[in-house]
Design a protein around this ligand. Structure first.
Ligand SMILES: [Zn+2]
Length: 181
């Protein structure tokens, strides 16, 4: 939806359950598979390994400007009492900082220094800075090197004109025994 609405999911009956629209999902229930659809936008994977909580956010420039990353972290804090400094964040395959040329208005919307003419922006770097500003430790943010546009073609790219969408998934495996995580 390119906004900042995060849905929290509890334990669900076994079987397929498709929820309504949103910009991100969070759960502490094992067996619940979160998913977002993408074509150049950034899948933001968030894990609280101590509390066994996960979130998966969809962050394009509009959602990032709307604060989807901060909303995701706030939702985790509010619903699960996570602390940003204890989270692990991974920014998955997305359009890279060389391929993603945007107008000055996009830079302004993201609170970045705006060039006078269209220029390339690295959305994942912007998201990393925003996550760190919200309390995530910089060393706990990892970034995929894969680009959906100039990569090997296994992802869809909106900029390339693809109509398809790939998906990011995240979930928590059930505990299988003492000491396992
Ligand atoms: Zn690229």
């Amino acid at each position: 939806m390119h906004g900042r609405s995060i849905r929290v999911h509890g334990r669900l009956p076994r079987g397929v359950c498709v929820t309504g629209e949103g910009d991100g999902h969070a759960t502490g229930a094992s067996g619940v598979l979160l998913t977002v659809t993408l074509a150049d936008c950034v899948p933001v994977f968030v894990v609280d390994p101590l509390r066994r909580i996960v979130a998966l956010l969809h962050a394009g420039w509009r959602g990032t400007a709307a604060g989807v990353v901060e909303a995701g972290l706030d939702t985790l804090s509010g619903a699960f009492e996570t602390h940003p400094k204890e989270l692990l964040v991974h920014l998955g395959p997305a359009i890279c900082g060389c391929c993603y040329e945007v107008g000055p208005e996009v830079f302004r919307a993201l609170d970045e220094v705006a060039p006078r003419t269209p220029a390339a922006i690295d959305l994942r770097s912007v998201i990393r800075r925003r996550a760190v500003a919200a309390g995530v430790r910089n060393e706990e943010v990892t970034v995929s090197g894969e680009c959906t546009l100039c990569g090997d073609g296994r992802y869809y790219s909106h900029r390339r004109g693809d109509r398809g969408r790939h998906r990011g998934y995240m979930g928590i495996l059930p505990r299988t025994g003492a000491g396992s995580g």
